[in-house]
Design a protein. Structure first.
Length: 221
């Protein structure tokens, strides 16, 4: 079921760029995840909370689970005990809920601020102004159980590589701006999550540290 050669090729590319591969297993069966796990893959991404929880319960406990889809506040509690990284933080209220649930679990949960960089209005995420307002807020500064470690974004779904490259470049600029303005003494702010099956090579060229690849590994959904 797994595209083994494709997997090895992508791993080579990510290694060359010192980036990490997140295998996006949404909609795919546990057997497929286990197969990739047996090849050595440990980081997997899901976009739905219920599916993530079901898979986490059934699969090896050393898997690092990444939540990459939009997250409703009332569902944070289900993933708070185990989630490795939340890629899709797009509001102060969501951060507050993550902070609260992480505190209940005695954990610090890592997250990325999701930016809106694509032309499609259906894709969600913050503007740079909104992100700065969030990081400037007293509420954020008082949080002890959530740690912002970088940014995430999705480029437009288009064949226009120029457009995609521009969007990745913009996300890189946002990342640099936040790093210099808010995180200059925090080495933990280092993740730039961008790139999917159709554009991960461009993303790596543009400085991505985490590519989220699904269909190239597991086949089309
Ligand atoms: C589905 C998804 C991916 C992976 O998409 P592919 O095109 O299958 O590689 C990456 N990021 C997010 C946020 C997704 O929802």
């Amino acid at each position: 079921m797994i595209q083994v050669q494709q997997y090895q090729h992508i791993l080579q590319q990510t290694t060359k760029h010192k980036a990490q591969l997140i295998a996006v297993s949404k909609t795919k069966p546990k057997e497929a995840i286990q197969e990739l796990y047996d090849l050595g893959q440990r980081a997997f991404g899901e976009n739905k909370v219920q599916e993530l929880v079901d898979k986490q319960e059934a699969l090896p406990k050393d898997i690092q689970w990444h939540l990459i889809g939009s997250l409703q506040r009332n569902k944070v509690k289900y993933i708070a005990p185990f989630v490795h990284l939340i890629h899709s933080i797009d509001s102060l209220k969501l951060l507050q809920e993550i902070n609260k649930r992480a505190a209940n679990e005695g954990r610090v949960i890592d997250g990325l601020l999701q930016f809106h960089i694509a032309q499609e209005s259906t894709k969600f995420g913050l503007t740079i102004e909104e992100a700065c307002a969030l990081l400037d807020s007293e509420a954020y500064q008082a949080m002890e159980h959530v740690r912002v470690v970088g940014v995430m974004g999705m480029a437009s779904f288009t064949d226009d590589t120029n457009q995609v490259q521009q969007e990745f470049e913009q996300l890189y600029q946002h990342f640099e701006h936040l790093k210099n303005t808010y995180f200059s003494n925090q080495a933990s702010f280092k993740e730039l999550s961008m790139g999917m099956s159709g554009d991960y090579e461009w993303a790596l060229e543009a400085g991505s540290t985490m590519v989220r690849v699904g269909s190239l590994l597991f086949g089309t959904r």
